[in-house]
Design a binder for this molecule. Structure first.
Ligand code: ADP
Ligand code: ZN
Length: 623
C-alpha cells in the first residue's frame, strides 16, 4: 500500500529493510529523489543501488515504476521485497492475461508501492494508457547503460524510454548503472533527457574483492586447486572464451566432484534458463560460462569469479569480476594467464575484419588488459585509474592503506623483477635472425641450442643466436616472450600460424638503448601465503569448529525455509546477516531486530526460528 507520508526514509531503511545506516551516497540520492528531482546514479555492483529507488517509491505517494531488462530476475526481486513487506508486483511477458488484469486492478486502486516492468512492455499502448491513470511516485531506469549503442548490453527497447520524459514530464526519474565510463554516462544523460539531473558518482572500488592473476601452467588443475583449497563450499563463476572450453571445463570439474554446470549461447534457451535458475537457487555451485552469462545476476553470495581466459578489455574484466561479493563479504577475482592467451588475442585482433578505427580501439583495450596482467604495482589502483579514479587507499577492515590496497596479489606478496635487457635483445634478435616467420616454441629451441630436425631443415643451427640462451629454462624464456609481446615489442602474424615478427618499438631494445625489467613469475600459481588466505575466512571451511556447527545449522534452517517457499536461500537472509547472527548471538527478538538485514516483517516471520537455532548453542555464559 502506498505508505503515508509520515514514513521517513530512515524509518523504511530500518523497519522494512532492517539496515542500520545508509551506505555511501544512498542517503543523498534518496533525499533528492523523494524531493521529486531527477538523478543519474553511477555506483558499482553491490553498492546498493536498489534502495535508492525502492525507498523513495515507498515514501512518496503513488507507485514507483522500475524499468528493468532482466525478466528472468524480476520474479526473485519481487519475492524478496514481498518477504520484507513491500507491496510490489511485476509485469512482463511471462504472466497470464488474468494475472495481468489482477495487477492492473491493484495499480488502479493504488495498492502497490512498486511495479517492475520490462522496457518493451512499458512502451506498449496498453501500458502507457494504464500509467496515465495512475499516481506515479517515480520512474527508475535500472541497468541504464543498456541505452548505450556502443555498450555491450545494448537493448533497442531502451531507446524508446525517451517517452518517459515526453509523456510524464512531472514524474521524477532516476537512472542507475554500474558502468563507469564517461561516454556511456553522457549517452545515458542524452537519451533519457537527464542532462540536467543531479549526477551521483560513487567510488568504483570494490574493497572486498581480492584481485589475483596467476601464471597459467595447467589451468584446469590450477582452478580445481583454487576451488578445493579456498572455496570448497562456495558458489562461483568460471569464465572461458569459447563454448567448447566451457563444456569441457564444466564436465571435467563435475568429474572431479565439483557441482559445476555450463552456460553459453549454444545451449538451448530451456537449458540456459534451467542452469541460471539453479545457480541462483543453489549454494556450493559453480557455473562455467562464456560472457553470455551474467548481466544483472544479483546473487549476492558469489564468492569468486575465475577467468581461465583473458577478457578482451578492462571494462569486461571489471564487470565480470564485479559479480563476486555483492554482499560485501570477502570474495576473489582469480585469473590465470599465459603466453598462449597473448598470442591468441593478438591473433584475433590481427584477423579481425572490423573497421580500422574499431580495430585500433580494440587494440588499445587489449593493451590495457595485458598491462593489467603484467603490472607489478597495486592492481586495484591500476583498475580504478583506468576508469579515471584515483585510488585513495581508504580504510579497509580498520586499516589505513595508501598505495598498497592490501587486498591484491601484488600488494600482498610484492612482485620481484629482474633486469633482462640482454635476454630481451637475445630474444628479439633470434626472431630477426630466423626471418620473422617462426613461433615461440621454435624460437626457444633455437635460443637454447636444441638441434631438432626442423631446425636442421632450416639450417638455423648456423644463425648467430643458436644456443646463446642456455642460461634460461624453457619456462623462463616463455615468460620473456610473453612479456615482450604484452608490451608490444613483438607482434603475431595475421595468417594464424603464430609466427612472430618485430614491431617498430622493438628497435631501441634490440640496439640495447632501452633497459628492460621483467616480472619474475612465481613458480607456484596459487602463491598467496597461508596467513593471507586465512584472514579471509567467511565460510565453514575456515571457521573455528564451534562456529562451524552454528554456521551449518543457520544455513540448514535457511535452506529449509527457502525450500518451503521455493525462493533462493539468500532471499530469506543473506550470508552477511547469518554471519552477524553468529557473531552477536542474539537471544531475544529485540536483539535479533538489531541484526543488519532483519527488518520488521522478517523478524516476525523468522525471528523465533533462528533464535531457536542459536539457542541450541548457548552452552556457556559470559558471567
Ligand atoms: P546493486 O544493485 O548496486 O548491485 P544492491 O542494491 O543489490 O546493489 O545491494 C547490494 C547488497 O547490499 C544487497 O545485499 C543489499 O541488501 C545490501 N545493502 C544495500 N544497502 C545497504 C545498507 N544501507 N546497509 C546494509 N546493506 C545494504
Ligand atoms: Zn593492491
Amino acid at each position: 500500500m502506498p505508505s503515508p507520508q509520515a514514513n521517513t526514509a530512515i524509518d523504511v531503511l530500518t523497519n522494512t529493510f532492517g539496515y542500520k545506516q545508509f551506505r555511501g551516497e544512498q542517503e543523498a540520492i534518496i533525499k533528492q529523489t523523494i524531493a521529486g528531482q531527477d538523478a543519474l546514479v553511477l555506483m558499482p555492483t553491490g553498492g546498493g543501488k536498489s534502495l535508492c529507488y525502492q525507498i523513495p517509491s515507498i515514501v512518496r505517494q503513488g507507485t514507483g515504476i522500475v524499468v528493468s531488462p532482466l525478466i528472468a530476475l524480476m520474479h526473485d526481486q519481487v519475492s524478496a521485497l514481498r518477504l520484507q513487506g513491500v507491496a510490489v508486483a511485476f509485469l512482463n511477458s511471462s504472466l497470464a492475461f488474468q494475472e495481468v488484469q489482477e495487477i492492473e486492478g491493484q495499480l488502479l486502486r493504488g495498492e502497490l508501492d512498486l511495479l517492475y516492468i520490462a522496457p518493451e512492455r512499458l512502451c506498449q499502448e496498453r501500458t502507457l494508457n494504464l500509467l496515465h491513470q495512475l499516481e506515479i511516485a517515480l520512474f527508475a531506469i535500472d541497468e541504464a547503460h543498456c541505452v548505450s549503442q556502443w555498450g555491450h548490453d545494448f537493448r533497442p527497447e531502451y531507446i524508446q524510454l525517451s517517452i518517459l520524459h515526453e509523456q510524464f514530464p512531472s514524474v521524477p526519474r532516476i537512472a542507475l548503472t554500474a558502468t563507469a565510463d564517461e561516454s556511456t554516462r553522457n549517452e545515458i544523460a542524452q537519451r533519457l533527457d537527464l542532462v540536467k539531473a543531479k549526477l551521483f558518482i560513487s567510488s568504483f572500488d570494490r574493497p572486498n574483492i581480492r584481485y589475483r592473476v596467476a601464471q597459467k601452467n595447467n589451468p584446469k588443475k590450477q582452478l580445481l586447486h583454487f576451488i578445493q583449497t579456498e572455496h570448497p563450499q562456495d558458489a562461483g563463476i568460471v569464465y572461458c572464451l569459447s563454448r567448447k572450453k566451457v563444456d569441457d571445463t564444466a564436465m571435467w570439474l563435475a568429474e572431479q566432484g565439483i557441482k559445476a554446470i555450463p552456460y553459453h549461447a549454444g545451449l538451448s534457451t530451456n537449458i540456459r534458463q534451467k542452469h541460471q535458475e539453479r545457480f541462483l537457487r543453489e549454494e556450493e555451485i559453480v557455473i562455467v560460462a562464456t560472457v553470455a552469462f551474467g548481466m544483472g545476476i544479483d546473487k549476492p553470495d558469489v564468492r569468486y569469479v575465475a577467468h581461465l581466459d583473458l577478457p578482451k578489455s578492462i571494462e569486461s574484466y571489471y564487470q565480470e569480476t564485479g559479480r563476486a561479493g555483492r554482499d560485501g563479504l570477502p570474495a576473489d577475482a582469480w585469473m590465470v594467464y599465459g603466453l598462449q592467451d597473448v598470442i591468441m588475442l593478438r591473433q584475433m585482433l590481427a584477423q579481425s575484419e572490423a573497421m580500422e578505427q574499431i580495430k585500433r580501439l580494440e587494440q588499445r583495450k587489449l593493451e590495457a588488459m595485458l598491462g593489467f596482467c603484467e603490472i607489478t604495482s597495486c592492481r586495484r589502483a591500476s583498475l580504478l585509474g583506468y576508469f579515471g579514479e584515483q585510488y585513495r587507499g581508504e580504510q579497509y577492515q580498520g586499516e589505513q592503506r595508501e598505495e598498497n590496497c592490501g587486498n591484491c596479489d601484488n600488494c600482498l606478496e610484492p612482485v620481484e623483477s629482474w633486469e633482462g635487457t640482454t635476454e630481451a635483445r637475445k630474444a628479439l634478435s633470434c626472431v630477426f635472425r630466423t626471418g620473422q616467420r617462426f613461433g615461440v616454441n621454435y624460437l626457444i629451441d633455437v635460443l637454447r641450442g636444441k638441434l631438432t630436425s626442423r631446425i636442421e631443415q632450416f639450417r638455423h643451427q648456423e644463425v648467430s643466436t643458436f644456443g646463446i640462451g642456455s642460461e634460461l629454462s624453457e619456462v623462463q624464456w616463455r615468460s620473456v616472450f610473453r612479456q615482450l609481446m604484452a608490451r608490444g615489442f613483438i607482434a603475431v602474424d595475421m595468417e594464424g600460424y603464430g609466427s612472430l615478427y618485430l614491431t617498430e618499438d622493438s628497435r631501441p631494445v634490440l640496439k640495447g638503448e632501452q633497459p628492460l625489467y621483467f616480472r619474475k613469475d612465481v613458480a607456484k600459481a596459487n602463491k598467496i601465503s597461508k596467513k593471507n588466505k586465512q584472514s579471509r575466512s567467511t565460510r565453514s571451511a575456515n571457521l573455528a569448529s564451534e562456529n562451524k556447527e552454528i554456521w551449518a545449522a543457520l544455513r540448514a534452517k535457511r535452506n529449509e525455509l527457502a525450500q518451503e517457499q521455493s525462493v533462493p536461500a539468500y532471499i530469506i537472509f543473506h550470508d552477511a546477516t547469518l554471519m552477524e547472527m553468529m557473531e552477536y548471538h542474539p537471544t531475544s527478538l529485540h536483539e535479533m531486530s538489531q541484526i543488519n538485514g532483519v527488518g520488521a516483517m522478517k523478524l516476525e516471520k523468522y525471528g523465533n526460528e533462528f533464535l531457536a537455532v542459536l539457542n541450541q548453542y548457548v552452552t556457556y555464559s559470559v558471567i
